[in-house]
Design a binder for this molecule. Sequence first.
Ligand SMILES: C[S@@+](CC[C@H](N)C(=O)[O-])C[C@H]1O[C@@H](n2cnc3c(N)ncnc32)[C@H](O)[C@@H]1O
Length: 225
Amino acid sequence: MSSTPVDYDLDPADRRPAWDRTWEVASPDWDATGMRRIVAEDLSPVLDVGCGNGVLAESLPPRSRWIGLDSSPAQLAQATAGRLVRADARRLPFGDAVFGAVVCHWMLYHFDHPAEVITEAHRVLRPGGLFLASTSARINDPELAPQGYPATTFDAENAPAIAASVFGDQAVEVEAWDGPYLLLPNAAAVQRYVRHHFLPPEAADSVTAPLTLTKRGCFVWARKH
Ligand SMILES: C[S@@+](CC[C@H](N)C(=O)[O-])C[C@H]1O[C@@H](n2cnc3c(N)ncnc32)[C@H](O)[C@@H]1O
């Protein structure tokens, strides 16, 4: 099991921006789906750890206070919304119990010990606040990765237990997804997707476009008591 490489400043113009939201033809709209409990409970401020280009802020109502934190200058340079902070997720530059929600979307697999980041998230959350993380499953994209993806330090198979190690078993809830949510319209899109997901280039040769992809992964929720 290993952490996923962090290449956001080494390769900012290619791999990461290769994702195209127009591929999400039947998606649950991951950003909006994930944020709906945070919006419904009017939890604020929201700390978006590993915010990337800050797209999550679009899923919040204007009255919410959103703060995006990321360690990558290249990612933060693409963000336009809200207050942005450049920092390491393992040492959040905030006091205890100040956030209504802390979100770690598709980023905890970058750490050898993701529980360190979750411990920081727990520290900065107010009692009653919500932690939310998302990640993909090893059995994601079976059409392109029939053998499955290698285990990472934070995937759908191990994420609930890791979150529970910080928040406690009773505090954690899992919401899984498994469906034909993505349509790669042509061969170029398949190649971009393969690159974006660190798959070997030959994976694109084994399929025919247009390609419907089965997406599998989960949200992990945890309430701070
Ligand atoms: C896959 S991107 C996810 C971006 C965003 N959360 C989203 O869902 O679109 C992972 C992000 O984690 C950030 N990241 C990686 N290591 C980090 C660290 N030690 N501290 C803060 N952010 C980090 C990267 O710079 C990158 O923007």
